[in-house]
Each structure stands twice: as C-alpha cells, then as structure tokens.
Design a protein around this ligand. Structure first.
Ligand code: SAM
Ligand code: SF4
Length: 340
C-alpha cells in the first residue's frame, strides 16, 4: 500500500510496502565495472555492459532526486567500483546538494581513495565503507585477483585525513582464504580507530568455488572475537541487517551482516537500483521494475517514474531465500551488477 503524494497533504510522501515497511534508503550502483575481481563477487571471466545500457550520470542524479521526493533520506552509491566511473565526483556533488537528503554514503574498494577522498568529503559524503579482506599483500591479490593492498591502505589513510563522520571496513570471511585473519583485521580497525563489519558470503552469481566450501558463519566469528575482546552489544541500528558490538575502551564497533543465520528482512528499509536502472526490491530475489525505459521515454516528465516506483512497493518480497546447500546460485546476477 502506497501513500500517493498529494499537494493538499503537507506530509512528505512515503514509500510503504504491503508489509508496512517504510523504504527510506536506496543503494544505487553506478557501474558494473571494477578494477578488482574479488573471488566471492565475480567469475573468472566477466563481460561488462555496453556503455549505452548503463545509466548516465545525469540519469543517476535524476533517479536519486525522484526518490528523495518520495521520502528517501539516505543514498548509498556503490557498484562495481563506483570510483572507477569517469566523472563520478560530479554525481556526488549533485546529490550532496539535495536538501531533504540526510545521508550520502559510499561503498568502495578503496583503490581510488588516495586521490578522491577529499573531493568526496567536500561533495557531502558523510560515511564511507571500504572493503578489506586481508592485510597480507599476496593474499589480498589472491582474493581480489588484481588488487594492490598498499594502494588500499593509502586510501584508508586518505579517508581518515579527509575527516568523514565514520569509516567502516567491510570484510567477507572465507574459509581457507582469510578466516585466520579475523583477529588481525579487528586489531587493525582498533589501531586505526575505525569500525569493521563481517559479511557472510552470499550466493549471488556463479563464481569459481562452491559457496558452501568457503562459508564462515558470523556466529562462529562472534564467538571467537568474544574470547579475545571485551564486547558489549551496541544499540546502533541502521534499520538493516547489521548487528553491532562495541569493543570496550576503543572507538571501534564490530558489525555482523549475517544473511544466513539471521533473517533481517522484517525490518528491511531499502531497495536497490542496478547500473541498468533496474529497481530491485530485494537483494536476494528477482522481483524488479525496469526504470530505464521510463527515464528515456519521458526525459522531462517524472510522473511515470514516480508512479512506477510507488507501484513497485506492492511487489517488494517478504524476504530473501538464501540457501547454501543449493548448487546453483540463489540469484544469477552478481553483486557488482545490483550493487552491494
Ligand atoms: N566495489 C565496492 C566494494 O568492494 O566495496 C562496492 C561494491 S561491492 C559489490 C559491495 C560489497 O559487497 C563489498 O563489501 C563486497 O565485499 C560485498 N560482496 C560482493 N559480493 C559478495 C557476496 N557474494 N557475498 C557477500 N558480500 C559480497
Ligand atoms: Fe569489485 Fe567490489 Fe566486487 Fe570486489 S567486491 S570485485 S571490489 S565490485
């Protein structure tokens, strides 16, 4: 059920789905391309979309403006690697100016931050998530296939200097790849006075290993960390899947994003837009509405777009359906397409 924006009704419009969940957060993927090829995210060989099938930066900005008109207050820009998209800073600057937007945030692999962190901060990016799966350069290369650890570490320093409200590392733990680095990654986060979240690997896209063979449960990770650090449950909530713990006497919080062991769908407040303009109502399901044709056939009229977005609330699924034992991926598309 959706409240239709009405000029007689002064309340800002809201996107409400059939389960009463209020959608006020969008994640927008601005490219499917990336300078890394992380083993859990991409296959050995990837084909990327032709340029004209990807939203232009102007289309990205238009979409964000429409969602903000519909009551969205938080936007995360992601990808692929958002910062490898040419002129992406212009988009951040444009979105950063939107009055009713409370939070503009970014997820990045950190490879471009050394040069871009200050510009992003100046554009209005409040918080930044940086993926980091290993502190060992050779291993980092194995996991990312192409990444340089040093460059990312310099990017983290640049982000700290730029003065974001919050910096968080994102780590996907994989058995026999990096699960023995759990404690050293947390030590690093503590030393840097930043946060860290552990994300359980999700079965998105067909990769070169079986997901079951590398799966590390966040419940086990939490037990390990509880034996090493004084942790207290934090009340911080993003309305999303993460649960946080504070490490006593430090500035660090540890988050756990556990789609397998913790079903977070009942409080889901978000939708995702792929770099092709597909509005995905759930990361783990195929339900979507294609917004690109509406953007392109109505370049000067937002009404059809607004209507399609409001109508989409009726098909937001109750929850995801991840199951590690399945041999085929739960969802065929890669996370780099939908945006993490
Ligand atoms: N390239 C940027 C980065 O790596 O941060 C942004 C896009 S990436 C798709 C966003 C997040 O999704 C990253 O933190 C990455 O670790 C995570 N991710 C990608 N594929 C995943 C998967 N199959 N399961 C769990 N997390 C995944
Ligand atoms: Fe690129 Fe991010 Fe996917 Fe790694 S997780 S391949 S950095 S999009």
């Amino acid at each position: 059920m959706t409240k239709v924006p009405n000029s007689a009704n002064k309340k800002p419009p809201q996107l409400l789905d059939q389960f009463g969940r209020h959608v006020d957060y969008i994640r927008l993927s601005i490219t499917d391309r990336c300078d890394f090829r992380c083993v859990y995210c991409m296959g050995d060989e990837m084909t990327f979309l032709p340029r004209d099938e990807v939203l232009s930066l102007e289309e990205c900005a238009r979409l964000v403006k429409v969602f903000v008109r519909l009551g969205v207050t938080k936007v995360r820009i992601t990808g692929g690697e958002p910062l490898v998209r040419k002129n992406s800073l212009r988009l951040f600057e444009e979105i950063g100016k939107l009055k009713n937007l409370k939070e503009l945030v970014l997820t990045t692999n950190g490879s471009q931050l050394e040069n871009q962190a200050q510009g992003l901060k100046n554009a209005g990016v409040k918080r930044i998530n940086i993926s980091l799966d290993s502190l060992d350069a050779a291993r980092f290369k194995t996991i990312t296939r192409t990444g340089e650890l040093d460059k990312v570490l310099r990017g983290i320093q640049a982000a700290k200097l730029a003065g974001f409200d919050n910096i968080k590392l994102n780590t996907v733990l994989m058995r026999d790849f990096n699960d023995d680095e759990t404690v050293s990654l947390v030590d690093f986060a503590i030393q840097q006075a930043i946060d860290i979240s552990f994300i359980e690997e999700m079965p998105l896209g067909d990769v070169s290993h079986t997901r079951e063979s590398t799966f590390v449960s966040n419940a086990d990770t939490l037990n390990l960390l509880k034996s090493k650090y004084p942790l207290t449950a934090s009340t911080v909530t993003t309305g999303g899947p993460a649960r946080y713990w504070r490490v006593a006497d430090t500035q660090t919080k540890i988050g756990f994003i556990s789609p397998h062991s913790h079903n977070f769908c009942e409080s889901c407040n978000r939708v995702r837009i792929s770099c092709k303009g597909e509005l995905y109502l759930c990361l783990g399901q195929e339900d979507k509405v294609d917004l690109m044709p509406l953007l392109r056939t109505h370049p000067h009229d937002d009404q059809p777009l607004i209507q399609a977005i409001m109508d989409s609330m009726a098909i937001k699924p109750k929850g995801h359906d991840f199951d590690l034992r399945r041999t085929e991926p739960a969802v065929i598309r890669f996370m780099s397409h939908t945006g993490g």
